[in-house]
Design a binder for this molecule. Structure first.
Ligand code: DGL
Length: 257
C-alpha cells in the first residue's frame, strides 16, 4: 500500500482526458495534475525542448511527493519518455505502450491510423513501436497541428471542428482502428466517431488507466480523493474546457516550474 499521490502532466487541458480515465478506474487515488499552459503547445517544439520541459514538470511533481509519474501527453511520451526514464528512479509511464499492449491483444486490428501533433508524428514513435511489436501491421500517420489549440479554446463540437477533422482524416484508407495519439483529441471523439463509424477510435487514456491499475501500489484511501490541479499559467480557458470534460468545477493552483 502506498498513500502517496499519482503525478501527471501535460501541456494543458488534454491530459485531463487521461485524468478522467484514471479517476474512473481508481477514484480513491489522489492525483496531482500539472498543466504546463505557459509553454503550450508542445506539439510544435523541438525534441530537446520537450525533454527539458518534461524534466521540469517531473521535478515539480516529485516535490509533491508522488509515487509514480504519468506522462499524460503524447508529444512528451514520444520524445522524452526514454530519456526521463533513464534519469529518474520513480516509475514513469507514457501513453504509447499501454495502447500497443491493447492492440496486440486484438487480432482484428491490422490497419491502424495515428493522428497526433507534428512532434509526435515526426518522432515516428507510434510507427516504430507498433511495427516492432506487431507483425503485419500497417500504420498510417497524420499530423493534426490545429486540433490541440482548438481543444484549448473549447472548440470541440462546432462546425469548424467538424470541417477540420474531416480535412485531416479524409485521406486515410479503410482503418480497423484510429489511435488518438494526442491526449487533447478525445475531446473530439464524438465528431471523429461520427465521421469514421466503422473504425474503432482508441482513447489512449483508457488503455493507460487499466494498465496503471495493475502496476502501482494502490492507496488505502476509502473515499474519493481530493485532487490538486496546477497550471503554470492560469490565464487560459482551462476551467471552461475542463468543465465540459469532467462536468465539475475544479479549483486551480498556480505552479512555478
Ligand atoms: N496533449 C498533448 C499531446 O498529447 C500536447 C499537445 C500540444 O501541446 O501541442 O501531444
Amino acid at each position: 500500500m502506498d498513500n502517496r499521490p499519482i503525478g501527471m502532466f501535460d501541456s494543458g487541458v488534454g491530459g485531463l482526458t487521461v485524468y478522467k480515465e484514471i479517476k474512473k478506474a481508481m477514484p480513491n487515488e489522489k492525483i496531482i495534475y500539472l498543466g504546463d499552459t505557459k509553454n503550450f503547445p508542445y506539439g510544435s517544439k523541438s525534441k530537446q525542448s520537450i525533454i527539458d520541459l518534461s524534466k521540469k514538470n517531473i521535478d515539480f511533481l516529485l516535490k509533491q511527493n508522488v509515487k509514480t509519474i504519468v506522462i499524460a501527453c503524447g508529444t512528451a511520451t514520444s520524445q522524452a519518455l526514454e530519456e526521463v526514464q533513464s534519469i529518474y528512479k520513480v516509475p514513469i509511464i507514457g501513453i504509447i505502450q499501454p495502447t500497443i499492449e491493447y492492440i496486440k491483444s486484438k487480432e482484428n486490428i491490422k490497419n491502424v491510423g495515428v493522428i497526433a501533433t507534428r512532434g509526435t508524428i515526426r518522432s515516428k514513435s507510434w510507427e516504430v513501436n507498433l511495427k516492432s511489436q506487431i507483425e503485419d501491421i500497417n500504420v498510417y500517420n497524420k499530423e493534426c497541428p490545429l486540433l490541440a489549440p482548438m481543444a484549448e479554446e473549447g472548440w470541440v463540437d462546432n462546425e469548424i471542428a467538424k470541417l477540420t477533422i474531416h480535412e485531416y482524416i479524409k485521406e486515410f484508407p479503410k482503418l480497423d482502428a484510429l489511435i488518438l495519439g494526442c491526449t487533447h483529441y478525445p475531446l473530439f471523439k464524438k465528431i471523429i466517431e461520427e465521421q469514421m463509424p466503422n473504425t474503432e477510435i482508441i482513447n489512449t487514456g483508457e488503455k493507460l488507466a487499466s494498465h496503471i491499475k495493475n502496476m502501482i501500489e494502490l492507496s488505502t484511501n476509502k473515499e474519493k480523493a481530493q485532487d490538486e490541479i496546477y497550471l503554470t499559467d492560469t490565464e487560459c480557458n482551462f476551467i471552461n474546457v475542463s468543465y465540459k470534460l469532467l462536468n465539475e468545477k475544479i479549483e486551480l493552483k498556480k505552479a512555478t516550474i
